[in-house]
Design a protein around this ligand. Structure first.
Ligand code: FAD
Length: 402
C-alpha cells in the first residue's frame, strides 16, 4: 500500500501516477475537501484566482490526463489588458518580449537596455533583489517586471530574488510559453473534481477529514501513521508520500530543509453576474493586481498583500470595487456595473506561498526516509512555489516510492 498524505495538487498528481501504475493507493486529506491552496470553497467559489501559463507543461499535462484541459481557457489571446490607475492609460501588453515588435503591445518603459537587464536575470549570476537588478529601468520595473514578479513569486520586486526570477524567465522562450490560462468554471469542476474522479477510476482510494497527527519512525523508516481516530502500521512493502505544506512537514519530521517565511494572498470575490466572456485584466498603481471577470462573478487578487491581510473586509471591498469600475469602463466590459459595491467574499490566505527572497533555495531530500518521499511546491527547487512546482514534485515523489 502507498499512503499519499495531503490532497493538494502535489498529492493529487502523486496519487494518480501511482494508481495508474497499478499500485494500491490511499490519499489522505485533513480537511473536508481536496485541492489545498488551489481549492474551491464550500459555496463553489475558488479560494483565489489561479492562472497557468503555457510553460507549465507538467501542470497542463496533468489537466490532460484527468480530462480537464478543455476547462482552462485563454481569456486574453491578443495581449493582456493593463490599466494604469496613476495616469489612466489603458493598453494591451504581450507577455512575451517576442510580441513587443508591435508598438501597440509593448509594456510601459520598455527599451533595449531594460529588456537586456531583465534577460540577464535568466543567467544564474549571484543572487540579489529584482529591484536592484532593474534599478536603472524604473518605468519598465513598475510597468512589467514588478507585476510579473508578484504574479510568479508572490513577493514584490524590491524584496524578491533575481535567481528565482531567472528560473521563470528561462522557461518563457519556448513557443506558447507565455499563453495565459484560467479555469473557466473554477478550481472545483476544472481541477479538483476531475482529479479525484480519475484517481477513483484508476483504483485509488480517497479519504477526507483524515489528518495525519503523528508519524512514527525507527531505523530510518516510517513505521506507523497516526490519524485522529485510527493508526496505520506500515509493513515492509508500504510506502508514504508526504505531500504537505512546509509547516506540516517540519512538524511531523526532523531535519527538513524547508522555507520558514511565507507571504499572503488576499482574494475578493464579488457577486456580480454578467454576460461574459471571461476576461483577465491587470492593474498598475492599484490595490488589485488582477481582475478575473466571469459570468458568475468578479474576483480580484491582491498578492503579497501583507498590509491588506490585516485590513477590514468592507474597506477592502469598497476600494477594490472602485478599481474594478474603472477597469470595466476603460476596457468597455459589457453588462451592468453597479456603482454600489456588490456582496463580496474576502478570502485571506496568510501562508499562500513561501517568500522568495535572495538566499539559499531549500533543497529537501526527496527520499527523506527509506520508505517516505516528500512532495509539495516547496520541495521542487527548480521553480518558485506554484502549481507547476507542486505537479513536478508529485510526479517525482511518486516515481521515487514506486
Ligand atoms: C490565493 C492563491 C493564489 C495562487 N495563485 C497561483 C497561480 O495563479 N498560479 C500558480 O501556479 N500557483 C498559484 N498559487 C500557488 C499554488 O496554489 C500552490 O503552489 C499549490 O497549490 C501548492 O500545492 P501543494 O500540493 O504543494 O500544497 P497544498 O496545496 O498546501 O496541499 C497540501 C494539502 O495537505 C493537506 N494537509 C495539511 N496537513 C495535513 C495533515 N497533517 N494530514 C493530512 N493532510 C494535510 C492540506 O489540507 C492540503 O490539502 C496560489 C496560491 C494561493 C493561496
Amino acid at each position: 500500500m502507498i499512503h499519499v498524505v495531503g490532497a493538494g495538487v502535489a498529492g493529487l498528481v502523486a496519487a494518480l501516477v501511482l494508481a495508474r501504475a497499478g499500485r494500491e493507493v490511499t490519499l489522505h486529506e485533513a480537511t473536508p475537501g481536496a485541492g489545498g491552496r488551489a481549492r474551491a470553497l464550500p459555496d463553489g467559489t475558488d479560494n483565489g484566482t489561479h492562472a497557468l501559463i503555457g510553460a507549465n507543461r507538467v501542470a497542463l499535462g496533468f489537466l490532460d490526463e484527468i480530462g480537464a484541459r478543455a476547462g482552462w481557457i485563454e481569456p486574453e489571446p491578443d495581449g493582456l489588458p493593463v490599466l494604469d490607475l496613476e495616469d489612466g492609460s489603458a493598453r494591451l501588453v504581450a507577455l512575451s518580449p517576442l510580441g513587443w515588435w508591435r508598438a501597440d503591445r509593448r509594456p510601459a518603459g520598455v527599451s533595449a537596455g531594460a529588456v537586456a537587464a531583465m534577460m540577464r536575470m535568466a543567467i544564474p549570476v549571484p543572487d540579489r533583489t529584482i529591484g536592484d537588478a532593474m534599478a536603472a529601468h524604473p518605468a519598465f520595473l513598475r510597468g512589467f517586471v514588478d507585476p510579473l514578479t508578484i504574479a510568479a513569486l508572490n513577493t514584490p520586486a524590491h524584496e524578491a530574488s533575481s535567481r528565482r526570477m531567472g528560473q521563470v524567465l528561462r522557461r518563457l522562450g519556448a513557443p506558447g510559453a507565455t499563453r495565459l490560462f484560467v479555469a473557466r468554471r473554477g478550481l472545483g469542476p476544472d481541477l479538483v473534481e476531475p482529479a479525484l474522479d480519475a484517481i477513483g477510476k484508476a483504483g485509488g482510494r480517497y479519504v477526507s477529514d483524515h489528518r495525519l497527527r503523528r508519524l512514527d519512525q525507527s531505523g530510518g523508516r516510517a513505521t506507523a501513521l497516526h490519524f485522529h481516530e485510527d493508526s496505520i502500521p506500515l509493513g515492509a512493502q508500504d510506502r508514504v508520500v508526504l505531500a504537505l505544506p512546509p509547516w506540516e512537514a517540519t512538524r511531523l519530521l526532523t531535519h527538513v530543509d524547508a522555507p520558514h517565511s511565507h507571504a499572503p494572498i488576499v482574494n475578493l470575490h464579488f457577486a456580480r453576474t454578467g454576460p461574459g466572456p471571461v476576461r483577465f485584466i491587470g492593474l498598475l498603481g492599484a490595490l488589485c493586481q488582477w481582475i478575473l471577470v466571469r459570468p458568475e462573478g468578479v474576483s480580484v487578487t491582491v498578492s503579497a498583500g501583507d498590509a491588506e491581510a490585516g485590513e477590514d473586509a468592507d474597506t477592502l471591498a469598497a476600494r477594490a470595487w472602485t478599481e474594478i469600475l474603472r477597469a470595466a469602463m476603460a476596457f468597455r466590459l459589457p453588462g451592468e456595473w453597479p456603482m454600489a459595491t456588490p456582496a463580496c467574499r474576502v478570502v485571506k490566505e496568510r501562508r499562500a506561498t513561501p517568500r522568495q527572497r535572495p538566499g539559499a533555495i531549500p533543497r529537501p531530500k526527496r527520499l527523506h526516509l527509506e520508505n517516505l518521499a516528500l512532495a509539495g511546491d516547496w520541495t521542487w527547487p527548480h521553480l518558485p512555489a506554484t502549481i507547476e512546482a507542486a505537479a513536478c514534485s508529485g510526479r517525482a515523489a511518486a516515481r521515487t516510492v514506486a
